[in-house]
Design a protein around this ligand. Sequence first.
Ligand code: 5GP
Length: 202
Amino acid sequence: MNEGHLFVVSGPSGAGKGTVCRRLLEEVDAVLSVSMTTRLPRPGEVEGDHYIFTSAEDFERAIGADELLEHALVYGNYYGTPKRPVTDKLRGGTDVVLEIDTQGAFQVKERCPDAILMFILPPSMAELRNRIEKRGSETEEAISRRLGEALKEIELIERYDYCVVNGVLAEAVAKVKSVIVAEHLKTGRGASEIIKKYKEET
Ligand code: 5GP
């Protein structure tokens, strides 16, 4: 059986990557990895669904035990991808989507060179500010900090395989989906299986 594909989705906070990923998963056969974080839950966030919320001590223990595929300090909190669920799913032939920041994305690419890196861009910086303000959960200082961080992340898009502007949500989802479909059509990793099938049929 072919292994599943590993897709990494990054983008500035407020670019809408969470919404894109959720909508995407209604349309493609893939699972979203649930990250661990030391940040506090926001209203409406559910333990084990949005994140595994944990203490800094537990997080550091997981790092020490090499239980994380990648981890990063983002806005003063730890975030990381538990390794085991991802590798199990991939081995079982299921595609996995990681919604993680740029530091984590490059660690994943290093460890899993076949991973496909996608970056979700906002239509403009003004629209990004608009979206962050609408969330209403951030102070002006935090918003300015997030915009500064956003620009730093955008400067890294050359290291991503694909970038998609999220202006109209349905269009962004369709584009991300088309990347997934195209990656599955690549000859590379599946070539020997395909050749075997045709040989057996001969
Ligand atoms: P938020 O606190 O808004 O949910 O997420 C803040 C940032 O952390 C976002 O850019 C998000 O993609 C990133 N993030 C979430 N989970 C992970 C993870 O497991 N690893 C890394 N490196 N970043 C993550």
